[in-house]
Ligand binder design. Sequence first.
Ligand code: PGA
Length: 251
Amino acid sequence: MATTRQPLVAGNWKMNGFAVSVSELAGIIEGAASLNGKAGMMVCPPATLVAAFAGRAKGTVLAIGGQDCHAKENGAFTGDISAEMLRDAGASAVIVGHSERRQYHAETDADVSAKAQAAWRAGLMAIVCVGETRDERVSGKALDVVGTQLAGSLPDGCTTANLVVAYEPVWAIGTGLTPTAQDVAEMHNFIRQQLVARFPAAGEGVRILYGGSVKPANAKELMGVPNVDGALVGGASLKAADFMGIAGVYR
Ligand code: PGA
């Protein structure tokens, strides 16, 4: 029997949003309900807004996630936030290993793996991001790079419920550029093979999102690629109309 995976369309708000942004959630919550379970939706606001967004989304189908967490539960780590704190604020998931964290905060695969384990310890789903740079793509190393990231960033013990992988080519993030459908198919098929080889029980059921310049105009094509189980959306998730223009492909 073929494995069915519920697609997920998650919005990564990055360092954007103020208290007033909670008003944008009304349209997203309404839109999420209109998908009738054909896809799940999530918004990952900055940490300052997790509690307010989770409060607004409570009792609806919209999930709220964090954008990063520390590997430890608590302690002397000024400025950091633990997975348990995100959970306490109402999050059900957390993004780890986003390329902006890997790039600007020098996070290694080992760091990302520790964060994913922290997410699981706190009962959160981990959205683990991987993706190659432009140079790595041009020099034909994309699959190797992503294979290495997966091997190092995914801890043992994943389930279909606690892990989502997001493939986000670094050169496609915020640039308006996207890989061809063929390149996305090749990479997502590769990621699926890696997941199945390493996690025989869960690998087929783990969702693999595509991220990087997903817009209403390209969502249908990208979401239609085999082994693309939804999207991780940055800029276009900030406005309900754009975000629903993407998630609406699953209606
Ligand atoms: P983008 O960002 O949709 O703005 O390209 C995607 C991401 O970084 O998750």
